[in-house]
Design a protein around this ligand. Structure first.
Ligand code: NAD
Ligand code: DAU
Length: 332
């Protein structure tokens, strides 16, 4: 593996992935393709831009993808519409990017016989009850709830079909909720941190009893790097770091780290069809590929993230007003 095409690399996880890979080995040649939609910004690439080849384009553009895939040996496919709330307002971009876009990537890797790693989410499994002793594993049946998770589930099925029917050399990973630097302020953790910095109260959907399984973005990406190196073609790996917390606890923790009173937040309208709980069993990844997360303490990772948002206001300020305007209109 030397020449790597990273789709969606101007977004949160893809840009962190490109940084991780170049830190591991500066000789990797990385090309990023991103259409620079509302969630992708060249400022996210920052100094990285000088070290990579950046192409502005859409993954559903078959001709462009054919050329780019032909020029690289490995494709790591992050590009997707990624926010559940947006998918409830307008599902079409999710079908276009997540399903048609993945089809376009698959046809190109099939034609050029290139290695693909497909980035997916734990949301494809639906949700768990709060008191369910089980966690998701590689054998959990698919049962997605939202248009976002349904399109991600569809993209996973396409990848598996291309592996089985055409012998495409692909692996899949399904990861839990990421946090860390460069995450768009529409998402839960950065929204609350940037609200507090901006003098706006954090917003908790419904009761806040919903549980998410938090993982630092660097741990997600160290797992992806390992799957590229040692993963078995055709296999799926679940990525998670035992980070289950309910939303109310997370808001209170952010407030207390930021020196505020724990109850200085407000309840807002709940998300339609809100998934109750996600939880990942990552023992396959740990046993077969010897992976371990570095951020074992969520509070430490959160402190680092709060510090990053405090020190990088120039990066997130341009997103903030528009994002809050959209949420206000939705009663959230
Ligand atoms: P993000 O929204 O920050 O980044 C996605 C990037 O993809 C953006 O830069 C966007 O411009 C680009 N993109 C979208 N559609 C495109 C298209 N048609 N053509 C070219 N570029 C396009 O999202 P993220 O949080 O970085 O998520 C990246 C991937 O990881 C997604 O596939 C998502 O489903 C998956 N994932 C995310 C999480 C999480 O907690 N954020 C967890 C598990 C899996
Ligand atoms: O599980 C992996 C998924 O995690 C990824 O596939 C998605 O791309 C990513 O966006 C994330 O999905 P969620 O819907 O879980 O994340 P979000 O940050 O939108 O919300 C996390 C929880 O916080 C969820 O229960 C809704 C709640 N929430 C969210 C926002 C934005 C609030 O209570 N208040 C808020 O302001």
């Amino acid at each position: 593996m030397k020449n790597i095409l990273v789709t969606g690399g101007a977004g949160f996880i893809g840009s962190n992935f490109a940084r991780t890979m170049l830190d591991k080995n500066p000789r990797y040649k990385i090309t990023i393709i991103d259409h620079l939609g509302y969630a992708g910004d060249e400022s996210t690439l920052g100094r990285l831009k000088r070290k990579i080849n950046f192409v502005k384009g859409d993954i559903a553009d078959l001709e462009l993808i054919d050329i780019l895939v032909g020029q690289n040996d490995t494709v790591v496919h992050f590009a997707a519409e990624s926010h559940n709330d947006n998918s409830l307002k307008d599902p079409w971009p999710f079908v276009q990017s997540n399903i048609i876009g993945t089809y376009s990537i698959l046809e190109a890797v099939r034609k050029h016989n290139k290695r693909l790693h497909h980035i997916s989410t734990d949301e494809v499994f639906g949700d768990l009850e709060l008191n369910d002793p089980r966690r998701f594993n590689e054998a959990t049946p698919y049962n997605p709830s939202s248009p976002y998770s349904a399109t991600k589930a569809g993209s996973d099925h396409l990848v598996r079909a291309w592996v089985r029917s055409f012998g495409v050399k692909a692996t899949i990973s399904n990861c839990s909720n990421n946090y860390g630097p460069y995450q768009h302020v529409e998402k839960f953790i950065p929204r609350q941190i940037t609200n507090i910095i901006s003098g706006i109260k954090p917003k908790l959907y419904g009761t806040g009893e919903q549980v998410r399984d938090w993982i630092h973005v660097d741990d997600h990406n160290s797992a992806v790097a390992l799957i590229l190196e040692k993963g078995k073609i055709g296999e799926t790996y679940l990525i998670g770091a035992d980070g289950e917390r309910n939303n109310k606890d997370v808001i209170e923790l952010i407030l207390s780290i930021m020196g505020k009173n724990k109850n200085e937040y407000e309840h807002v309208k709940d998300r339609a069809g809100h998934d109750m709980r996600y939880a990942i069993n990552s023992s396959k990844l740990q046993k077969e590929l010897d992976w371990q997360p570095k951020f074992n303490n969520f509070e430490d990772g959160l402190k680092q993230t709060i510090e990053w948002y405090s020190n990088n206001q120039d990066w997130w300020q341009p997103q903030k007003a528009e994002t809050e305007k959209k949420y206000k209109k939705a009663g959230q």
